[in-house]
Structure formats: structure tokens, C-alpha cells
Write a protein that binds this ligand. Structure first.
Ligand SMILES: *Cc1c(COP(=O)(O)O)cnc(C)c1O
Length: 384
């Protein structure tokens, strides 16, 4: 009977155009992929700089495995903490201008760990309504009080902070909103945190490597720094590998080492991955040309899609969502593109709010101007 219930729920999802399915790639990540035997031009990865399949990263990973083996074999606090982990943490901290950093196996785990280690019962988390699911899950897990403010609404956040007395206060936000592409008003957020003695957790999954001088991320983009900022960056998106890190004051990092359950109770990521990320950091640092390429694609796409019946959401970043609204219509458009050999993911609730289904177009430095032109042409055809 329980299987019947599950099947029924899945069938319901399907009729609402909400059933999720996976497709299998037969080639490495790149703008040109083969999926289930068919070639596609893809606009949906988060590999913004085209590093996921970069020969220097592949070589570093191979050399890392040669030197350090395949697996870490234990948690960091047992005997799974290796020299490349240590070296990478020092390098990441310096790169984003923080005293210390800590590696996590994924960004999802980093967010769970940070929030749960820093706040609990009697404390309050203030969260943008459009934050990533991992931040939302983190605050539930932490059992702190939760106050969610309207997307980017600093006045509402200010009122919430004023009204809240006692306990620790933690404001959490995506720096670049993952499904919208817009950038959080970090200077204003920091000012509010200063005024109300709150911490600010910045999730820079989509800014690290892409924004700021030398790709140092969203804090560098705005030129802001403060000990009360806790910075989280991921290493599986622009950095092209896997994992995440938190950078903060030493006392915060020491607290995470002791209390972040998603750090303590899990096997360390293979040290070879850290060797690859160290190589990725060098490419990121020297990657001004890649970032310039990406910026040109953004301008080309935004110019090229003017006049369509669907609107590109306001965004200067590599995430360029085309708002469709209806779930099935978004799915249908994604399907029509796919028939033309172009792969763009349709994003539907609950990942985004009801009535805001969209095509999440993401651009990469690995795309060519011709690739972008092909997408523009296909969308204009489908609009007729
Ligand atoms: C992708 C993402 C994460 C999770 O990072 P993973 O390393 O993929 O687990 C966290 N926050 C945001 C905003 C993201 O887009």
C-alpha cells in the first residue's frame, strides 16, 4: 500500500508538470555534451569559467591521486586531514581576505554545519525568502527562531532586527541568488548587521571565481570586509571541481571544527580534490580574460533576447533566467529547445515560487559567441 501512495504522489507531480527526471551525460561537462547518445549545446551548468574539464585540472587531479591515493579514509578529526587540505585552506583564506578557512565536502553540508554550529534555541536567523534550499534546511536543523524577509527588502529586515531582543542574531543570504541571478545588497546587509550586532553569513556559491578582482568573489566585488561576515564559497561551480569552504575569524573556524556536525561526522573529501582545487585557484586568479568573455556573453544574450514574449529577469551575472510563469509551458519550451539540440533546464516550484517557472539559462566562458547566437535564434523561432 505504501508503494501505491508513493506512486500516486509521483503521478500527481507528473500531472502538474513537476516530475523530476535525470538525464545521463556520455561526455565530460562542457557547452557541447552528448546526452543519451544525442549531441546538445548546453546552457545549464554552473561551470562558469569552463574549468570542469580543463586539462590542467585533470592533470592536477591525476597527480593528486598518484601522490595521495584515491580516498581520505577517515574524517578530518580522526586521521583524514591531509597536507593538501591544509594547504588549500590557507590559500582559500588568503584568497578571500579572511584569517582562516575550513573545507567541507559540499556547499550543502557547509551551510548545514555553519548555521547549526553558530545558532540554536533562543537565537534568531534572518533569511531572504529566495535563499538556496541548503540555507533554508540549515536554519530548520539549527532549531533557532526563523524570520524570513521579502527578497532584498532591507527595510523589512531592519524592522525584524529591531524587534528581536536577546539571543544571537544571524542574517543569511545568497550573494548571487541561484535561480534569479541578481546580487544581494551586501553593503546594506552588513550595515544592518553592524547596527544590530548580528552575524552575516554570505553564500557565494555563484560569485566565487566569477565576481570581484581576480574572481575573489562577492565581498571583493563590493569592496567590503568585516569580522562579522562569515563567507561560504563552493568549489564545484566556477572552480570546476567539488566541495566548499567557509572563511571567517579563527575563533569561528575553531567553533566549526568542534561543533559543525556535517564537518565532524563525515569522511574527508579525497585530498586529490584539494590538489585539483589549488590548480583551479591559479586559473581563477589569472582568469580575467575568462571573466571578460563571460561578461560579453551576458551582454550579447540580453541584447539578443529583447522583444521576446518572455522576459529575462534582471541580472548581470552568468545566471540569466527567462521567466515563463506556467510550469508546463516552461517544460514545453525546454522540450522544444531540446528538439533543436539546445539544452536549457526548466526550473519549477518548489525550487522557485509558484507561478514563476523559468528557463534558467547559464552562460560559461567556454561558450562561443556563435553558441550564444544559436540560443538567441532558437528562442526567437519558438516565440513565433
Ligand atoms: C549549489 C549551491 C549550494 C550547494 O553547494 P554544493 O557544493 O553543490 O552542495 C549552496 N548554496 C547555493 C546558493 C548554491 O547555488
Amino acid at each position: 500500500m505504501i508503494f501505491h501512495q508513493l506512486q500516486h504522489e509521483l503521478d500527481e507531480r507528473a500531472t502538474q508538470g513537476l516530475l523530476r527526471q535525470r538525464r545521463t551525460l556520455d561526455t565530460p561537462q562542457s557547452p557541447h555534451i552528448v546526452v543519451d547518445g544525442k549531441p546538445y549545446l548546453a546552457f545549464c551548468s554552473n561551470d562558469y569559467l569552463g574549468l570542469a574539464n580543463h586539462p590542467q585540472l585533470i592533470a592536477a587531479l591525476q597527480q593528486g591521486a598518484q601522490t595521495w591515493g584515491a580516498g581520505a579514509g577517515a574524517a578530518h578529526l580522526v586521521n583524514g586531514h591531509f597536507e593538501p587540505h591544509h594547504r588549500l585552506e590557507l590559500r582559500l583564506a588568503a584568497f578571500v581576505g579572511k584569517p582562516a578557512a575550513l573545507l567541507f565536502s559540499t556547499g550543502y553540508m557547509a551551510n548545514l554545519g555553519v548555521v547549526q554550529a553558530l545558532v540554536g534555541k533562543g537565537d534568531t536567523v534572518f533569511a531572504d525568502k529566495l535563499n538556496h534550499a541548503s540555507l533554508n534546511d540549515a536554519m530548520l536543523l539549527a532549531r533557532a527562531d526563523v524570520q524570513r524577509y521579502r527578497h532584498g527588502d532591507m527595510q523589512q529586515l531592519a524592522r525584524m532586527l529591531e524587534r528581536t531582543q536577546g539571543g544571537r542574531k544571524l542574517v543569511i543570504t545568497d550573494a548571487v541568488f541561484s535561480m534569479d541571478g541578481d546580487i544581494a545588497p551586501l553593503p546594506e546587509l552588513l550595515a544592518l548587521c553592524e547596527r544590530h550586532d548580528a552575524w552575516l553569513l554570505v553564500d557565494d556559491a555563484h560569485g566565487f571565481g566569477v565576481l570581484g578582482a581576480q574572481g575573489r568573489g562577492s565581498l571583493a566585488h563590493f569592496g567590503i570586509a568585516s569580522p562579522r561576515i562569515i563567507y561560504m564559497g563552493t568549489l564545484g561551480k566556477a572552480a570546476g571541481v567539488s566541495g566548499a569552504f567557509v572563511a571567517a575569524e579563527q575563533v569561528v573556524i575553531d567553533t566549526l571544527v568542534n561543533h559543525a556536525r556535517s564537518y565532524v561526522y563525515t569522511t574527508a573529501a579525497p585530498p586529490a580534490l584539494s590538489v585539483a582545487v589549488l590548480q583551479a585557484l591559479q586559473l581563477i586568479e589569472q582568469g580575467d580574460a575568462l571573466r571578460e568573455h563571460l561578461r560579453r556573453h551576458v551582454a550579447q544574450l540580453r541584447g539578443g533576447l529583447e522583444g521576446l514574449p518572455w522576459r529575462l529577469m534582471p541580472s548581470d551575472t552568468a545566471i540569466q533566467p527567462l521567466l515563463i510563469g506556467d510550469n508546463r509551458q516552461a517544460l514545453e519550451l525546454s522540450e522544444r529547445l531540446r528538439e533543436r539540440g539546445i539544452w536549457v533546464a526548466a526550473i519549477r516550484p518548489p525550487t522557485v515560487p509558484q507561478g514563476t517557472a523559468r528557463l534558467r539559462i547559464t552562460l560559461s566562458a567556454a561558450h562561443t559567441a556563435d553558441d550564444v547566437e544559436r540560443l538567441i535564434g532558437a528562442l526567437h523561432e519558438l516565440a513565433c
